[in-house]
Write a protein that binds this ligand. Structure first.
Ligand code: MG
Length: 395
Protein backbone atom coordinates (compact mmCIF):
# COMPACT_ATOMS: atom_id res chain seq x y z
CA UNK A 1 0.00 0.00 0.00
CA UNK A 2 1.42 3.39 -0.91
CA UNK A 3 0.12 6.92 -0.72
CA UNK A 4 -3.05 6.20 1.24
CA UNK A 5 -4.83 9.54 1.61
CA UNK A 6 -5.92 10.29 5.17
CA UNK A 7 -8.48 12.81 6.46
CA UNK A 8 -8.95 13.53 10.15
CA UNK A 9 -12.23 14.78 11.63
CA UNK A 10 -11.57 16.00 15.14
CA UNK A 11 -7.90 16.72 14.43
CA UNK A 12 -7.22 18.89 17.48
CA UNK A 13 -8.48 16.29 19.96
CA UNK A 14 -6.57 13.44 21.53
CA UNK A 15 -7.19 10.93 18.69
CA UNK A 16 -6.55 13.58 16.05
CA UNK A 17 -3.16 14.65 17.37
CA UNK A 18 -2.09 11.04 17.83
CA UNK A 19 -3.19 10.26 14.25
CA UNK A 20 -0.94 13.09 13.07
CA UNK A 21 1.95 11.37 14.92
CA UNK A 22 1.26 8.12 13.04
CA UNK A 23 0.97 9.84 9.66
CA UNK A 24 4.19 11.80 10.29
CA UNK A 25 6.02 8.61 11.23
CA UNK A 26 4.94 6.81 8.02
CA UNK A 27 5.38 9.31 5.16
CA UNK A 28 5.78 6.49 2.62
CA UNK A 29 2.40 5.02 3.52
CA UNK A 30 0.18 8.00 4.30
CA UNK A 31 -0.58 11.40 2.90
CA UNK A 32 -2.63 13.83 4.99
CA UNK A 33 -5.16 15.54 2.71
CA UNK A 34 -7.75 17.07 5.03
CA UNK A 35 -8.12 18.25 8.63
CA UNK A 36 -11.31 19.17 10.43
CA UNK A 37 -12.22 20.18 13.96
CA UNK A 38 -15.05 21.67 15.98
CA UNK A 39 -13.47 25.13 15.82
CA UNK A 40 -13.29 25.54 19.59
CA UNK A 41 -9.49 25.70 19.32
CA UNK A 42 -8.81 27.53 16.06
CA UNK A 43 -5.18 28.31 16.96
CA UNK A 44 -4.40 24.62 17.30
CA UNK A 45 -6.11 23.84 13.98
CA UNK A 46 -4.14 26.59 12.22
CA UNK A 47 -0.88 25.32 13.73
CA UNK A 48 -1.64 21.77 12.55
CA UNK A 49 -2.53 22.92 9.03
CA UNK A 50 0.68 24.98 8.78
CA UNK A 51 2.69 21.92 9.79
CA UNK A 52 1.10 19.31 7.50
CA UNK A 53 -0.27 21.39 4.56
CA UNK A 54 -3.62 19.65 3.93
CA UNK A 55 -5.61 20.50 0.82
CA UNK A 56 -8.80 21.11 2.83
CA UNK A 57 -9.40 22.45 6.35
CA UNK A 58 -12.89 22.27 7.86
CA UNK A 59 -14.55 23.69 10.97
CA UNK A 60 -17.94 22.70 12.30
CA UNK A 61 -18.82 26.26 13.34
CA UNK A 62 -19.33 29.12 10.87
CA UNK A 63 -17.61 31.55 13.21
CA UNK A 64 -14.01 30.61 12.43
CA UNK A 65 -14.20 30.57 8.62
CA UNK A 66 -12.87 34.07 7.95
CA UNK A 67 -10.05 33.73 10.44
CA UNK A 68 -9.00 30.37 8.95
CA UNK A 69 -9.11 31.71 5.40
CA UNK A 70 -6.81 34.55 6.37
CA UNK A 71 -4.40 32.32 8.31
CA UNK A 72 -4.32 29.54 5.70
CA UNK A 73 -4.52 31.14 2.24
CA UNK A 74 -3.19 27.98 0.54
CA UNK A 75 -5.98 25.72 1.94
CA UNK A 76 -9.57 25.30 0.86
CA UNK A 77 -11.66 26.26 3.91
CA UNK A 78 -15.04 24.68 4.64
CA UNK A 79 -17.21 25.76 7.54
CA UNK A 80 -20.55 25.10 9.17
CA UNK A 81 -22.93 22.17 9.32
CA UNK A 82 -21.74 19.35 7.13
CA UNK A 83 -18.19 20.71 6.77
CA UNK A 84 -16.59 17.83 8.70
CA UNK A 85 -18.71 15.21 6.91
CA UNK A 86 -17.63 16.68 3.56
CA UNK A 87 -14.06 15.50 4.26
CA UNK A 88 -15.21 11.94 3.49
CA UNK A 89 -14.61 12.38 -0.23
CA UNK A 90 -11.13 13.89 0.25
CA UNK A 91 -9.42 10.69 1.41
CA UNK A 92 -9.18 6.91 1.22
CA UNK A 93 -9.39 6.65 5.01
CA UNK A 94 -11.25 9.03 7.30
CA UNK A 95 -10.33 9.00 10.97
CA UNK A 96 -13.37 10.00 12.99
CA UNK A 97 -12.04 11.37 16.28
CA UNK A 98 -14.93 13.77 16.87
CA UNK A 99 -16.22 13.66 20.46
CA UNK A 100 -19.77 12.49 21.13
CA UNK A 101 -22.95 12.45 19.06
CA UNK A 102 -21.57 15.22 16.84
CA UNK A 103 -19.42 12.56 15.14
CA UNK A 104 -22.38 10.73 13.59
CA UNK A 105 -22.54 12.68 10.27
CA UNK A 106 -18.83 11.96 9.65
CA UNK A 107 -19.41 8.24 10.20
CA UNK A 108 -22.38 8.12 7.82
CA UNK A 109 -20.79 10.31 5.12
CA UNK A 110 -17.61 8.21 5.09
CA UNK A 111 -19.39 4.88 4.83
CA UNK A 112 -21.89 6.19 2.28
CA UNK A 113 -18.96 7.45 0.17
CA UNK A 114 -17.66 3.87 0.14
CA UNK A 115 -14.48 4.75 2.02
CA UNK A 116 -12.69 3.24 4.98
CA UNK A 117 -13.76 4.65 8.31
CA UNK A 118 -11.21 4.46 11.12
CA UNK A 119 -13.73 4.93 13.89
CA UNK A 120 -12.77 6.35 17.27
CA UNK A 121 -16.19 7.98 17.72
CA UNK A 122 -17.97 5.06 19.39
CA UNK A 123 -21.02 7.22 20.12
CA UNK A 124 -22.05 7.32 16.46
CA UNK A 125 -22.20 3.53 16.39
CA UNK A 126 -24.03 3.39 19.70
CA UNK A 127 -26.47 6.23 19.04
CA UNK A 128 -27.40 5.20 15.53
CA UNK A 129 -26.47 1.53 15.27
CA UNK A 130 -29.20 0.43 12.81
CA UNK A 131 -28.55 3.41 10.52
CA UNK A 132 -24.79 2.92 10.58
CA UNK A 133 -25.29 -0.78 9.80
CA UNK A 134 -27.16 0.15 6.62
CA UNK A 135 -24.38 2.57 5.61
CA UNK A 136 -21.78 -0.16 6.19
CA UNK A 137 -23.34 -2.14 3.34
CA UNK A 138 -22.33 0.56 0.79
CA UNK A 139 -19.94 -1.02 -1.76
CA UNK A 140 -16.36 -0.17 -0.78
CA UNK A 141 -17.30 0.94 2.72
CA UNK A 142 -15.20 -0.53 5.47
CA UNK A 143 -15.21 0.11 9.20
CA UNK A 144 -12.04 -0.53 11.21
CA UNK A 145 -12.39 0.38 14.87
CA UNK A 146 -9.80 2.65 16.46
CA UNK A 147 -10.95 1.89 19.99
CA UNK A 148 -8.11 -0.20 21.49
CA UNK A 149 -10.42 -3.03 22.65
CA UNK A 150 -12.24 -3.33 19.33
CA UNK A 151 -9.02 -3.01 17.38
CA UNK A 152 -7.78 -5.90 19.51
CA UNK A 153 -10.87 -8.00 18.78
CA UNK A 154 -10.57 -7.16 15.09
CA UNK A 155 -7.03 -8.59 15.20
CA UNK A 156 -7.94 -11.64 17.32
CA UNK A 157 -10.78 -12.57 14.95
CA UNK A 158 -8.25 -12.86 12.13
CA UNK A 159 -6.86 -15.93 13.92
CA UNK A 160 -9.76 -18.00 12.58
CA UNK A 161 -11.54 -18.22 9.23
CA UNK A 162 -14.87 -19.57 10.45
CA UNK A 163 -16.98 -16.94 12.29
CA UNK A 164 -19.22 -19.72 13.67
CA UNK A 165 -16.30 -20.86 15.85
CA UNK A 166 -16.29 -17.62 17.85
CA UNK A 167 -17.75 -18.29 21.28
CA UNK A 168 -17.15 -15.13 23.30
CA UNK A 169 -15.62 -11.68 23.11
CA UNK A 170 -13.75 -10.64 26.24
CA UNK A 171 -13.32 -6.89 26.63
CA UNK A 172 -10.64 -5.80 29.05
CA UNK A 173 -11.10 -2.71 31.23
CA UNK A 174 -8.32 -0.95 33.12
CA UNK A 175 -10.82 -0.33 35.92
CA UNK A 176 -10.04 3.40 35.81
CA UNK A 177 -8.80 5.52 38.71
CA UNK A 178 -11.33 4.11 41.19
CA UNK A 179 -10.69 0.39 40.76
CA UNK A 180 -10.93 -1.41 44.09
CA UNK A 181 -12.90 1.39 45.78
CA UNK A 182 -16.23 0.48 47.37
CA UNK A 183 -19.55 2.19 46.73
CA UNK A 184 -19.27 4.14 50.01
CA UNK A 185 -15.70 5.10 49.22
CA UNK A 186 -16.82 6.69 45.99
CA UNK A 187 -19.48 8.95 47.51
CA UNK A 188 -17.23 12.01 47.67
CA UNK A 189 -14.71 11.69 44.81
CA UNK A 190 -14.00 14.91 42.91
CA UNK A 191 -13.39 15.90 39.29
CA UNK A 192 -9.58 15.91 39.57
CA UNK A 193 -9.53 12.35 40.93
CA UNK A 194 -11.88 11.15 38.19
CA UNK A 195 -9.69 12.76 35.52
CA UNK A 196 -6.50 11.02 36.74
CA UNK A 197 -6.53 7.87 34.60
CA UNK A 198 -3.84 5.39 35.63
CA UNK A 199 -2.84 4.01 32.20
CA UNK A 200 -4.41 5.84 29.25
CA UNK A 201 -4.02 9.44 28.13
CA UNK A 202 -7.40 10.54 26.69
CA UNK A 203 -9.82 13.47 26.48
CA UNK A 204 -11.92 14.51 29.55
CA UNK A 205 -15.28 13.00 28.47
CA UNK A 206 -13.89 9.51 27.88
CA UNK A 207 -11.70 9.72 30.98
CA UNK A 208 -14.77 10.34 33.15
CA UNK A 209 -16.52 7.50 31.30
CA UNK A 210 -13.57 5.27 32.23
CA UNK A 211 -13.92 6.20 35.88
CA UNK A 212 -17.60 5.16 35.94
CA UNK A 213 -17.06 2.10 33.66
CA UNK A 214 -19.65 3.65 31.32
CA UNK A 215 -16.88 3.71 28.72
CA UNK A 216 -16.71 -0.09 29.02
CA UNK A 217 -20.48 -0.33 28.91
CA UNK A 218 -20.60 1.73 25.72
CA UNK A 219 -17.81 -0.49 24.36
CA UNK A 220 -19.93 -3.60 25.04
CA UNK A 221 -22.68 -2.06 22.88
CA UNK A 222 -20.04 -1.00 20.34
CA UNK A 223 -18.68 -4.57 20.18
CA UNK A 224 -22.19 -5.90 19.68
CA UNK A 225 -22.73 -3.42 16.82
CA UNK A 226 -19.36 -4.13 15.22
CA UNK A 227 -19.22 -7.90 15.51
CA UNK A 228 -22.71 -9.03 16.52
CA UNK A 229 -24.14 -9.30 13.00
CA UNK A 230 -24.85 -12.85 11.82
CA UNK A 231 -21.79 -14.83 10.79
CA UNK A 232 -20.94 -14.19 7.15
CA UNK A 233 -22.61 -10.78 7.25
CA UNK A 234 -19.52 -8.99 8.56
CA UNK A 235 -20.12 -10.27 12.09
CA UNK A 236 -19.66 -13.37 14.18
CA UNK A 237 -23.21 -13.70 15.49
CA UNK A 238 -22.60 -13.01 19.17
CA UNK A 239 -25.19 -11.61 21.59
CA UNK A 240 -24.87 -9.56 24.79
CA UNK A 241 -24.56 -12.77 26.82
CA UNK A 242 -21.46 -13.61 24.78
CA UNK A 243 -19.64 -10.37 25.58
CA UNK A 244 -17.77 -10.42 28.85
CA UNK A 245 -15.92 -7.60 30.63
CA UNK A 246 -12.85 -8.38 32.69
CA UNK A 247 -10.86 -5.82 34.67
CA UNK A 248 -7.17 -5.87 33.77
CA UNK A 249 -5.38 -2.99 35.48
CA UNK A 250 -2.10 -3.19 33.52
CA UNK A 251 -3.83 -2.36 30.16
CA UNK A 252 -1.48 -4.67 28.26
CA UNK A 253 -4.06 -7.21 27.05
CA UNK A 254 -6.43 -5.03 25.03
CA UNK A 255 -9.14 -7.66 24.54
CA UNK A 256 -9.55 -11.32 23.66
CA UNK A 257 -11.64 -13.71 21.60
CA UNK A 258 -12.58 -17.14 22.95
CA UNK A 259 -13.17 -19.83 20.32
CA UNK A 260 -15.32 -22.95 20.56
CA UNK A 261 -12.30 -25.24 21.05
CA UNK A 262 -11.34 -23.58 24.32
CA UNK A 263 -8.60 -21.43 22.80
CA UNK A 264 -8.48 -17.75 23.70
CA UNK A 265 -6.54 -15.39 21.44
CA UNK A 266 -5.44 -12.09 23.00
CA UNK A 267 -3.84 -8.96 21.59
CA UNK A 268 -1.10 -7.40 23.71
CA UNK A 269 0.76 -4.12 23.35
CA UNK A 270 1.72 -0.98 25.21
CA UNK A 271 -1.33 1.16 26.11
CA UNK A 272 -0.75 3.75 23.40
CA UNK A 273 -3.61 4.84 21.11
CA UNK A 274 -1.15 5.30 18.23
CA UNK A 275 -1.02 1.49 17.89
CA UNK A 276 -4.74 0.96 17.18
CA UNK A 277 -4.72 4.12 15.02
CA UNK A 278 -1.80 2.74 12.98
CA UNK A 279 -3.55 -0.63 12.70
CA UNK A 280 -6.78 0.94 11.41
CA UNK A 281 -4.94 3.13 8.90
CA UNK A 282 -2.70 0.40 7.50
CA UNK A 283 -5.01 -2.67 7.70
CA UNK A 284 -4.56 -5.31 6.31
CA UNK A 285 -0.89 -4.24 6.28
CA UNK A 286 0.89 -2.92 9.37
CA UNK A 287 2.91 0.21 10.01
CA UNK A 288 6.62 -0.22 10.70
CA UNK A 289 7.05 2.39 13.43
CA UNK A 290 6.89 0.99 16.97
CA UNK A 291 5.04 3.38 19.26
CA UNK A 292 6.22 1.63 22.36
CA UNK A 293 7.32 -1.99 22.28
CA UNK A 294 6.58 -4.44 25.11
CA UNK A 295 9.59 -5.07 27.30
CA UNK A 296 8.93 -8.47 28.91
CA UNK A 297 11.54 -7.83 31.59
CA UNK A 298 9.32 -4.97 32.80
CA UNK A 299 5.77 -6.21 32.08
CA UNK A 300 5.68 -8.39 35.22
CA UNK A 301 2.33 -9.63 36.42
CA UNK A 302 -0.85 -9.44 34.34
CA UNK A 303 -3.94 -9.45 36.60
CA UNK A 304 -7.60 -10.13 35.76
CA UNK A 305 -10.66 -9.71 37.98
CA UNK A 306 -14.42 -9.39 37.51
CA UNK A 307 -15.90 -5.86 37.49
CA UNK A 308 -17.65 -4.60 40.67
CA UNK A 309 -21.16 -3.92 39.36
CA UNK A 310 -22.36 -2.51 42.67
CA UNK A 311 -19.69 0.20 42.85
CA UNK A 312 -19.89 0.83 39.09
CA UNK A 313 -23.59 0.52 38.16
CA UNK A 314 -23.08 2.28 34.79
CA UNK A 315 -21.74 -0.96 33.29
CA UNK A 316 -24.98 -2.79 34.11
CA UNK A 317 -27.05 0.10 32.76
CA UNK A 318 -25.25 -0.16 29.42
CA UNK A 319 -25.93 -3.91 29.19
CA UNK A 320 -29.58 -3.16 29.97
CA UNK A 321 -29.81 -0.53 27.23
CA UNK A 322 -28.00 -2.83 24.79
CA UNK A 323 -30.41 -5.70 25.46
CA UNK A 324 -33.42 -3.41 25.05
CA UNK A 325 -31.94 -2.45 21.67
CA UNK A 326 -33.55 0.00 19.21
CA UNK A 327 -32.89 3.52 20.40
CA UNK A 328 -32.23 2.63 24.07
CA UNK A 329 -28.43 2.80 23.58
CA UNK A 330 -28.85 6.19 21.85
CA UNK A 331 -30.98 7.42 24.75
CA UNK A 332 -28.43 6.27 27.33
CA UNK A 333 -25.53 7.73 25.37
CA UNK A 334 -27.17 11.17 25.17
CA UNK A 335 -28.04 11.04 28.86
CA UNK A 336 -24.46 10.14 29.66
CA UNK A 337 -23.04 13.07 27.68
CA UNK A 338 -25.28 15.44 29.64
CA UNK A 339 -24.54 13.80 33.00
CA UNK A 340 -20.77 13.83 32.46
CA UNK A 341 -20.89 17.51 31.47
CA UNK A 342 -22.89 18.24 34.64
CA UNK A 343 -20.29 16.40 36.72
CA UNK A 344 -17.37 18.22 35.05
CA UNK A 345 -19.24 21.49 35.63
CA UNK A 346 -19.61 20.73 39.34
CA UNK A 347 -23.40 20.42 39.23
CA UNK A 348 -23.68 16.78 40.28
CA UNK A 349 -21.46 14.42 42.25
CA UNK A 350 -19.66 11.45 40.66
CA UNK A 351 -22.03 8.89 42.23
CA UNK A 352 -24.97 10.85 40.89
CA UNK A 353 -23.90 10.21 37.27
CA UNK A 354 -25.24 6.63 37.57
CA UNK A 355 -28.36 7.82 39.45
CA UNK A 356 -29.13 10.31 36.68
CA UNK A 357 -28.64 7.62 34.03
CA UNK A 358 -30.82 5.05 35.78
CA UNK A 359 -33.66 7.56 36.19
CA UNK A 360 -33.32 8.79 32.62
CA UNK A 361 -33.19 5.28 31.12
CA UNK A 362 -36.54 4.61 32.82
CA UNK A 363 -38.02 7.45 30.76
CA UNK A 364 -37.06 5.89 27.39
CA UNK A 365 -40.21 5.32 25.35
CA UNK A 366 -39.06 2.60 22.93
CA UNK A 367 -38.99 4.74 19.76
CA UNK A 368 -37.46 2.61 16.94
CA UNK A 369 -34.34 3.89 15.12
CA UNK A 370 -36.07 4.44 11.77
CA UNK A 371 -33.84 7.10 10.25
CA UNK A 372 -31.40 9.87 11.06
CA UNK A 373 -34.01 12.59 11.87
CA UNK A 374 -35.66 10.17 14.36
CA UNK A 375 -32.33 9.58 16.08
CA UNK A 376 -31.47 13.29 16.15
CA UNK A 377 -34.89 14.08 17.61
CA UNK A 378 -34.53 11.30 20.17
CA UNK A 379 -31.08 12.57 21.13
CA UNK A 380 -32.56 16.00 21.82
CA UNK A 381 -35.41 14.55 23.88
CA UNK A 382 -32.99 12.40 25.89
CA UNK A 383 -30.85 15.44 26.65
CA UNK A 384 -33.88 17.43 27.81
CA UNK A 385 -35.09 14.51 29.96
CA UNK A 386 -31.62 14.18 31.50
CA UNK A 387 -31.47 17.91 32.21
CA UNK A 388 -34.70 17.74 34.18
CA UNK A 389 -33.52 14.68 36.12
CA UNK A 390 -30.32 16.58 36.97
CA UNK A 391 -32.35 19.61 38.00
CA UNK A 392 -34.27 17.43 40.44
CA UNK A 393 -31.18 15.64 41.83
CA UNK A 394 -28.96 18.73 42.04
CA UNK A 395 -31.51 20.90 43.86
MG1 MG B 1 -11.47 1.72 24.55
Amino acid sequence: MTGCRVAIAGSTGSIGTQTLDVVAAEPELFELTALGASGRDLDALVAQARAVHPKVVAVASDAGAAELAEALPECEIRAGDGALASLATEADVVVNGVVGFAGLPVTLATLEAGRRLALANKESLIAAGPIVQRARRTPGAELVPVDSEHGAIHQCLRANDNPARVERLVLTASGGPFRGRSKDDLASVGVDEALAHPTWSMGPKITIDSSTLMNKGLEVIEAHELFGAPAGDDGVGIGFDDIEVVVHPQSIVHSMVAFTDGTTVAQLSEPDMRLPIGYALAYPDRITTPFGRLDWSKVGCLEFEPPDLEAFPCLGLAYEAGRRGGTAPAWLNAANEVAVAAFLGGRIRWVEIAEVLASTLDLHDGTPAADLPTVVDLDGRARAATASVIERIAS
